[in-house]
Design a protein around this ligand. Sequence first.
Ligand code: KDG
Length: 320
Amino acid sequence: MPDVVSLGEIMIQLNPLQRGPLRFVKLFEKYVAGTEGNFIVGMARLGFTTGFITRVGNDEFGLSIVDTLRSEGVDVSYVKVDDKAPTGVYFIQRNYPIPGKTAVFYYRKGSAASKLSREDIDVDYIGNAKLLHLTGITPALSESCRETVYYVHDIARSRGVEVSFDTNIRVKLWSGDEEIRQTLTRLLASDYVFTSPEDLQVLIPNLAPIDAASKMVERGVKIVVFKLGGEGALAIRRGGKAKKEAFKVPIEDELGAGDAFDAAFMASYLKGFSLEECLEYANAAGALTVTMRGDLEPLPRWRDLEVFIDSQRGKKIRLR
Ligand code: KDG
């Protein structure tokens, strides 16, 4: 059984070759992507045994998702192929109307993954893992997805499986802040929480994000990690914190960077690295991801992370 397990929706991403408004775009590249799937492939590339739980449509896109996971060595025993619902799709728009930022347009309502339910869960598959990774995206997809996320969270907590949770608020998936708070607050009771000051402000509006994080740590969260985009990242745990500056790289497509960050952080942490080292590797993985289109393709192996960090520190590296 895999050590690291996650659950959620993996979609087909249509990523334009041009920057700017989609109405003028002629050519798109096709990628496989989705937040929890990005994380799990990130962990697989960093040497962990991984498994993913989802549903895909019985269509060409669904096949492409299963093939991709399999080719990365992710266990797909719990990926179900659904004859009645299609694989979800989303389009991205790069660099417009905010330069350097990526906008998303979803076509995922009623998708196969949105039909995920408790019946798709094998209690022992979760219970025998070392880490379960969840995000705030899947609970937004449908009532049954929400229940399923709560269910696996409860299984992990009761079986002593550590849980990492990324708040990952995508406002397009919610009706408003109240719904986000009502749904996601209970998932903050996890071992590792990845978030941003903006997300935490939505979830805990009566406290400054840094105070909210300290409270979470007092209440049992082992580490709260703030992802600060171009400013790097800050990790807070009982009795200490660490901050690391971001690496400066040219931005092609920022999507997927947060998931690459989470995977490199957790992989480093599970390998016993210091908080500073975890942040350094995580920042490096995030930076590498924004330099390319596609969410999975840029996910690094350890060697890539080492070379990237060395080069950023000014070390001369011969690539040929
Ligand atoms: O983190 C990147 C994801 O947001 C992107 O791949 C799409 O999973 C996605 C989503 O639901 O927005």
